[in-house]
Every structure is written in structure tokens, then in C-alpha cells.
Design a protein around this ligand. Structure first.
Ligand code: SAH
Length: 369
């Protein structure tokens, strides 16, 4: 039998642990790795070499860093760690165009990423949180609630793993979309750090224009992006044309209404100068009529943008439906008739529940809401 002991702490427990535990390098920016290098008497440029090893080549041990002396590699391994996500499951859909990675984190929590192939593009859909607090009614991730934010290292490692797999078949990652589990703007400090690392030309080398951040409409986050960047491509999950309906399916709208959201989006668009994307999930009989398409056009016509129309992907326990092909087509044609670009996104990977909104992972002790 276990007996409970009372331990008296003279120093706060977390501080003691932090000072005793080795430092995690994955998630550090090159300038921070320069400090790490300096702390073991290496020249600062060695920090960038370490960055290249962990972000560019994706090595998982200090032994592999062959341009550092053995003594320095040993010193590093005594003081630091290189986080590496555990690939608990990797499933490819029958078409071979989508691969879902299920990662187990060091605390046993789980997140998913989806790698998609289309022509020459290799796009990774990356998660930014374990679960999500926003509770959009049509989305599986929302049913998990928020469990925790991912660290920059955990976000970047999804990219590192995908590049390692692609490298094995002579391919490379070309695009990243922050459209996996979570609301990236609610984890902006770690997300922007991860984006800076993805940009490194001796790392994953994915430029800002090839990274899309998708938000359910967190207005202060959009404003923060406008002010301080990173100026990546912005996608906004609009999904509705009236506040009454959006309030119902996306509780975040009760805080920031459609007009407030669109003002923030315009501000970002003006500052950055590139088009934005509006995502619009089609829910049969609820937001998918030609009148809805016209209302959508009226809302966004003065914003340089394109519309991604996503027919709803089924999730357990939700009574939404997917519209018929004719209805989808009529919706898209109405937008096109207004000289705006609309593309139907048939999610890849729905056979392996890797489509938009289908990412859901039970974690120990967490019940589905
Ligand atoms: N929280 C961010 C990032 C997630 S992106 C955001 O909301 O934008 C996930 C995208 O998938 C969003 O555009 C969302 O509207 C869409 N989506 C969610 N559930 C879906 C489902 N069941 N079928 C199709 N698309 C869905």
C-alpha cells in the first residue's frame, strides 16, 4: 500500500524542477540556441548549426551533430534535450493522398496532423492545441474542450516529422496550414515562435506566404497579428451570414460579432496586402441556400478574398448533414457570378477521419462532451 507523505517545500516546487531539469531545445529560436552554445563555450554560430540539425535535418540525438566535437555533444546531452513527438499511429487513406499522424505527447495527451498531397504541393495541417475551447457545434475537436496549449517545439516537430517522412521518398513539404486541432490565436506566442522556426532557410524553409493560419474569429488575436505579425496568410472560418445563426453554431460570435470580425479582417488585409480566405462549412438546410450565398457575397465583397466552401464532414453524435452536389454547386456558382473566387474543398482523408473538423482524440481522463 502506498502511504501519502507530506513534503515541506522551501522553494516552490516548479522552480526547483525547472532549475534541475535539462533544457528543451526544440522550440528555441536561433538566437536562443546561440546562448546555449555560448554556455558551453562554443562560438555563437554553433547555435545556428544546432538549429540546422534539429529543425533542418530533424536529428533526434546530439550524437548525430557531427560538426560538433564529441566533448561538446556530451556536454549538450547532459544539459539539454531534443523533444521528439512519438508517432503513435500513422494511417494513409486509400487514395494515398492523405496521411494522418497521431502523436503522443510526453504527458500522454494526443494530437493529430494531416499531410496532404495535391499535384506538386505537400501540405501539412498542423495542430496548435490539445483540444479546443471554442466549442463550435459542428466540429469534433470542440467536443474535447481545451486540454492544453502545445509548445512551439511540439508544433514545429509536427513539421519536422512530416519532412522526415517526405524526405524518405525524395519529396519535401511545401505548405503548412494551422487548421488542425485548436485555435491558433489562443496560443499565439507559441504559434508565432513556431512560425519563425518554420521560416528558417536552414530549417523547414516554409515562407510566410506558404503558411496559412486559420481562426474561428478571435478578434484581439487578429489585431495582434496585424500589429506585430507574423504576417502569414490568414483564413477565417465564417460559416454563417447572420449573427443569430453564427451565435448558435460558433459561440465565439457572441463575443465578437460578424461585423466586428470583418473590420479586424479588413485591418489585417490592408496591413498585409494579400488576399484573405474565408472558410464556409456547408451545413445542409441551414446555411447552404443560394440566398445564403448572396448574403455571404454582400458581407465580404469589399475585402480582397477567396472563399473555401467545405461540405460538412460527419462527426459522431452531431445531427448536421452534408448538402447535395447540386446545392453545393449552386452555392459556389452564386459566389462566382459575383466575380469572386470560390473553391469547393472536398476534405482529403475523410475515410480515415482526417477531414476538416474530424480531428478528435480521447485523452486519459477526458470525456467527450
Ligand atoms: N480554430 C481554427 C482552426 C481550425 S480550422 C478555425 O476555426 O479556423 C478547421 C476548419 O474546419 C474550420 O474552418 C472549421 O470551420 C472547419 N470544420 C470544423 N468542423 C468541420 C466539419 N465537421 N466538416 C467540415 N469542416 C469543418
Amino acid at each position: 500500500m502506498c502511504q501519502l507523505q507530506t513534503v515541506k517545500h522551501t522553494v516552490p516546487a516548479d522552480k526547483t524542477l525547472a532549475s534541475m531539469s535539462p533544457r528543451e531545445l526544440k522550440g528555441m529560436l536561433p538566437e536562443e540556441l546561440e546562448h546555449v552554445a555560448a554556455s558551453i563555450d562554443l562560438e555563437p554560430y554553433r547555435g545556428r548549426q544546432i538549429a540546422q540539425w534539429i529543425y533542418g535535418y530533424g536529428v533526434r540525438s546530439f550524437d548525430a551533430m557531427t560538426n560538433l566535437s564529441k566533448a561538446h555533444r556530451r556536454m549538450l546531452s547532459e544539459r539539454a534535450t531534443i523533444l521528439s513527438l512519438d508517432e503513435a499511429e500513422v494511417v494513409t487513406d486509400p487514395s494515398g493522398q492523405a496521411t494522418k499522424y497521431l502523436f503522443e505527447l510526453s504527458d500522454g495527451r494526443r494530437v493529430e496532423s494531416v499531410l496532404m498531397a495535391e499535384g506538386d504541393r505537400r501540405t501539412l495541417c498542423v495542430s496548435s492545441q490539445v483540444g479546443c475551447p471554442l466549442d463550435c457545434t459542428f466540429c469534433a475537436t470542440g467536443k474535447m474542450g481545451l486540454i492544453r496549449n502545445l509548445t512551439a517545439g511540439e508544433i514545429v516537430d509536427q513539421v519536422v516529422v512530416a519532412r522526415r517522412h517526405l524526405g524518405e521518398v525524395g519529396e519535401d513539404l511545401t505548405n503548412v496550414v494551422l487548421m488542425g486541432m485548436g485555435e491558433p490565436l489562443l496560443n499565439l506566442p507559441e504559434v508565432s515562435r513556431a512560425i519563425r522556426i518554420m521560416n528558417l532557410d536552414y530549417g523547414p524553409a516554409i515562407s510566410r506566404r506558404r503558411i496559412t493560419l486559420s481562426t474561428a474569429g478571435h478578434v484581439p488575436g487578429i489585431e495582434e497579428l496585424t500589429r506585430n505579425g507574423p504576417h502569414v496568410m490568414l483564413a477565417v472560418s465564417l460559416n454563417a451570414t447572420t449573427d443569430a445563426f453564427r451565435n448558435k453554431i460558433m459561440p465565439i460570435n457572441r463575443r465578437w460579432s460578424i461585423s466586428v470580425l470583418l473590420e479586424a479582417v479588413k485591418g489585417y488585409q490592408r496591413a498585409f496586402g494579400r488576399y484573405v480566405t474565408f472558410e464556409y462549412v456547408l451545413l445542409a438546410g441551414q446555411n447552404d441556400s443560394v440566398e445564403h450565398a448572396r448574403a455571404l457575397v454582400d458581407l465580404i465583397r469589399d475585402i480582397p478574398c477567396k472563399v473555401n466552401v467545405i461540405p460538412w464532414n460527419p462527426i459522431d453524435g452531431e445531427a448536421f448533414g452534408r448538402p447535395s452536389e447540386q446545392r453545393i454547386e449552386a452555392f459556389v456558382e452564386t459566389i462566382a457570378a459575383a466575380q469572386m473566387t470560390a473553391i469547393v474543398r472536398y476534405s482529403k482523408g475523410t475515410d480515415i477521419t482526417a477531414g476538416c473538423g474530424q480531428l478528435y482524440q480521447a485523452s486519459p481522463g477526458v470525456e467527450r462532451r
